[in-house]
Design a protein around this ligand. Structure first.
Ligand SMILES: NC(=O)c1ccc[n+]([C@@H]2O[C@H](COP(=O)([O-])OP(=O)(O)OC[C@H]3O[C@@H](n4cnc5c(N)ncnc54)[C@H](OP(=O)(O)O)[C@@H]3O)[C@@H](O)[C@H]2O)c1
Length: 344
């Protein structure tokens, strides 16, 4: 099959389109023919080598974290899916590789594709949708009437987070540029702050939750808008000791992360705020819940641009600009694979 390989870590390094052996569905896995994939900042950061100590992929490997497609084979013990099912997924760390025609994925990471979405739309959801869900539902336990600030509301995570928070009945403020104000309002933002001309930390107060996806300065300023007992949840930096433990990192890395996060943890404690860092995880069950909300019309995908598989490197360059409104999606030819037998 065809796949995009990262041969070596390197900033902005193009991926190489190559012929690689077809994957096989192992026990508990489904083999999926990929119809569409989406790009994430995580792909760029992995390519650049920024996360080598945390998720130690050894080049050459196939990049890519999101997919929508059709099950073409099932491995031993698979119960929830059968050949022909339309699905979407974010394969778990160290088992990624959706910039390819096919991939074998643990069935626990997979959910039925929302019926109301095209393959391209469905591929835009998993990584960012799960991230927003895990911040707002799993960690923040956001409730009706609470106030949440979502930074970078026009980005991949932000466009989903605004909709989830709004669906949960929270009052939503977001930072976005003026050009994206209508977009974020249409997704459910009640208060829109133009980050280029206004200072959110002077305008907001008494918030219950902040989702930070921006830099350290924004993170620190976010403390000012939270009320005592509020939650500051960062997905950009800095990782905290709980994350280091959960990832099973070695003692040196644990120490490094403890030191890196010491400043914000100290300031948060002083403000009576709970600081945590989230590294999202694959979860087919949560994807099914998101799918139900999508099919009910509570959440919609936001796609900035769609590229053909042959243009995946151009798509990566576009993602690197950091200006995408919602998601950058890549569609595949998805040649029919007439496999009907279990392959493991
Ligand atoms: N820890 C995790 O598990 C996890 C998961 C997902 C994402 N992340 C991280 O979260 C960050 C965001 O991811 P993403 O996929 O949402 O990124 P993205 O889609 O590439 O974000 C682009 C958007 O951010 C907006 N933006 C840029 N600078 C801004 C600022 N200073 N204030 C407000 N908006 C700003 C841009 O709007 P303008 O063009 O108007 O500037 C653009 O619409 C990345 O660093 C990513 O690596 C972490």
């Amino acid at each position: 099959m065809k796949a995009y390989i990262l041969d070596q870590y390197g900033k902005g390094r193009p991926l190489r389109l190559a012929d690689v052996p077809d994957p096989v569905a192992g026990a508990g896995e489904v083999l999926i023919e990929i119809h569409a994939t989406a790009l994430n900042q995580l792909d760029g950061k992995l390519r650049d080598g920024a996360f080598k100590p945390i998720v130690p992929y050894k080049p050459p490997f196939v990049l890519g974290h999101d997919l929508a497609g059709v099950v073409v084979a099932v491995g031993r013990g698979v119960r929830r899916f059968k050949v022909g099912d339309a699905v979407y997924a974010r394969p778990r760390d160290l088992h990624i590789g959706t910039f390819a025609e096919r991939i074998a994925v643990n069935e626990a990471d997979v959910a039925a594709k929302p019926a109301t979405l095209s393959m391209a739309e469905a591929a835009s959801i998993p990584l960012v949708g799960l991230t927003a869900w895990q911040v707002l539902v799993e960690i923040a336990k956001l409730k009706r009437g609470q106030k949440v600030l979502i930074h970078a509301g026009s980005g991949g995570v932000g466009t989903l987070a605004i909709q989830i928070a709004s669906h949960l009945g929270a009052s939503v403020a977001t930072t976005a540029s003026a050009a994206n104000a209508d977009l974020v309002r249409s997704l459910g933002a009640d208060t829109v702050i133009d980050y280029r001309t206004q200072d959110f930390s002077e305008m907001l107060s008494g918030y219950d939750v902040v989702l930070n996806s921006l830099d350290g300065t924004t993170l620190e300023k976010s403390l000012k808008v939270l009320k005592p007992g509020g939650k500051l949840i960062s997905i950009s930096s800095p990782p905290d000791p709980a994350f280091a433990r959960a990832m099973g990192l070695n003692i040196v890395l644990r120490l490094v992360l403890r030191v890196m996060s010491a400043g914000i943890r100290r300031k948060a404690k002083r403000a009576g705020v709970d600081y945590s860092f989230l590294w999202m995880h694959a979860d087919g069950g949560q994807l099914a819940e998101l799918g139900a909300l999508i099919d009910q019309g509570a959440i919609r995908p936001v796609i900035d641009r769609t590229f053909a598989f042959a243009q995946l490197n151009e798509a990566m360059t576009y993602l690197d600009s950091g200006r995408a409104k919602g998601k950058v999606v890549v569609t595949l030819p998805a040649a029919a694979t007439p496999t009907t037998e279990a392959s493991a």
